[in-house]
Design a protein around this ligand. Sequence first.
Ligand SMILES: [Zn+2]
Ligand SMILES: [Zn+2]
Length: 364
Amino acid sequence: MVLAKAIVAREPAPDFKVNWSLEEIEVNSPGENEVLVQIVASGICHTDILLTSVPSGSFGITYPKVAGHEGSGIVRSVGKSVSDIEVGDPVLLSFYSCSSCWQCKNSHPAYCTSFAVGNYVGEQKFVSARDSAELLGSGFFGQSSFAQYTIVKYSSIVKVKELLHHDKELKLFSPLGCGFQTGMGAIQNISSARPDDIVMIQGLGAVGMGALMTAKMQNYKAIIAVDRDKARLELAKTLGASHVLDTSDPEFTTLDQAAKAIFPHGVSIVIETTGVPSLIEQGLQSTHTRGKIVLIGVPPLGYNLSVNVTEHLNAIPQMIKWYREGQFPIDKLVKYFNAADYEQALKSLKDGTAIKPVLVWASG
Ligand SMILES: [Zn+2]
Ligand SMILES: [Zn+2]
């Protein structure tokens, strides 16, 4: 058993505000197919906020629990059935899959039939240090990475020993397991975009930026980036957007009008990451007859969590390779916070000053 600081999420306030606090927890030894990881850093994603702001009961969700579904760290002990990971190995963390259903067996862990339960609900293997009777939710996305030490499911582990130049890179690569990967997968695996396509990316958070950097490498006819934040739109230009649309501009009317003012026939592919119903609608209106819209954003109530569109075992090494080639500059997109300053990190995600806030737990 180890004692660890962790961000514990309790029942949210009635206004859907998250109720997080930094507390001490007890972390037990890993089970058969699990690994004890000392977390170096964990990225915060909107899904952490969403799944700690809905009342208990919905979707089988319980409180208190430890969230966090992007992370990096060092292996400190391994379960009996884990044979290819050693103590001291650096690892990144991604989503959970059961390894035994037909989708998993066909190498499609992102479509695992136990995806919802295994990722959003998890288990209750942590104990509060101040009250040993209080069990805390663990295994969120197989990992619960908002903790100094945590128990990670084997299927959530991505081995990166051979990919790292230095353990210090663990901090930077910690958020690769969700947002950036989702954006990358939306372009590479879902959109089927071709060189003569006009791609419009709605929303420039980590998912949108991941999609943008991936799209840039494909030499599409045009990439239109859409956001309401001027700084993000400027950054998008440096990352490969050929056009930008500022929805906060007083002259702005609707996306379809703005897009058609540039390309009268409309755009061919829309990557929608905002989840804002009116923008989803307008994105759809912007596409031409054979166009396609890829919906990734999570609408406030619609709760469409089709976020995991790619297979991390291939995607993460690919993104690291692109980063080294200068084509996936995530160093321009992450902002570090001490884990104790998680409230500031949350605020920065909300007000848009950080594209990908990363909580740092240990010097890695
Ligand atoms: Zn499965
Ligand atoms: Zn996420």
